[in-house]
Design a protein around this ligand. Sequence first.
Ligand SMILES: Nc1ncnc2c1ncn2[C@@H]1O[C@H](COP(=O)(O)OP(=O)(O)OP(=O)(O)O)[C@@H](O)[C@H]1O
Ligand SMILES: [Mg+2]
Length: 342
Amino acid sequence: MSAVLRIDDLRVQFRSDQGLVHAVNGLNLELPAGGAIAIVGESGSGKSTAMTALMRLLPRTARVSGRIWFDGQDLLALSERQMRKLRGHQVSMVFQNPMAYLNPTKTIGQQLMEPLLYHHLATPRQARWRALEFLERVGIADAESRFKGYPFEFSGGMLQRVMIAMALMAGPKLLIADEPTTALDVTVQAEILALLKELQAEHGMGMILVTHDLAVAAQMADEIYVMYAGLVVEHLPAGSLMSAHAHPYLHGLLRSIPRIDGPREKLPFIAGNPVNPVGALPQGCLFASRCSQRRPECNQRPPTVRLDNNHEVVCWLPDIGVEGDKSGPFDVPTVGPAGTRL
Ligand SMILES: Nc1ncnc2c1ncn2[C@@H]1O[C@H](COP(=O)(O)OP(=O)(O)OP(=O)(O)O)[C@@H](O)[C@H]1O
Ligand SMILES: [Mg+2]
């Protein structure tokens, strides 16, 4: 299958008073046309920064390098004018914090129609129709009167729905959903995820779902990319998550998911702290300081080891013993319900 998106060696650093912040440190990923991938990783691993770099919406303090191939062109090489033609049309994003991206002085209806009107894809009358249709699709009752409402009149869950409707209005080829269900209760979360999946299949668009939640990733995506300290440490098919995970970091994440039927004990966690992104990064493997399998070679940057189709791990000593073994060497829990967070 051809790729709708390919990211090669993406790096993002921010200038700050404390020094250079290394937020993304050589990210590679590929999204097949019409497919869905999930990016998972702890807070601060660079997920939002990478996606915002793709949208070309990072602040001026950001220094970005690498290549982001979308539809045969490098997004990082486009002019702002060319980028504006794509944004909200071919590529759109549901942001982690909808309130920060919605205009408080414009009605929801005006903001929903904007992508279609800005890109001259519809007349105002057609845009209004489509906005009402999408409000209904995303489960907003009484769309006519909601259309005239302002963002502050909507609950968090409703705003997430509005954001999804807005991102889909122009029929994008690529949708990025950055924690689209953060802070929502479990029922609303499940509804929104089901809706996203349905709309993705219906529109045949590619989707990148950013999440803390391994269960959601496994349920929503074909492939999972696990980020640590600004780069992908493992990339694997969603179906192999439980049976064939190979990176010590991913072992740790999976072990830290609480079992619904398990004893109510203190959660296991990965000892140590994430890499400090400010200033020079460590020379060797960025996970080494927290890794229980650490060996002398981990003082050097690890290679990317290809284990299978769509399965790569960046590690000197991946635990490939887990491959194909359903039980694995650890007491790996079954993936918990949506809502289990890293
Ligand atoms: N504008 C900025 N200026 C300086 N540092 C920043 C800026 N934006 C992000 N960072 C830093 O970049 C790193 C990656 O942040 P990012 O928000 O991309 O992480 P994330 O994986 O999306 O986390 P979360 O799961 O909490 O959303 C963090 O260390 C963060 O503090
Ligand atoms: Mg984020």
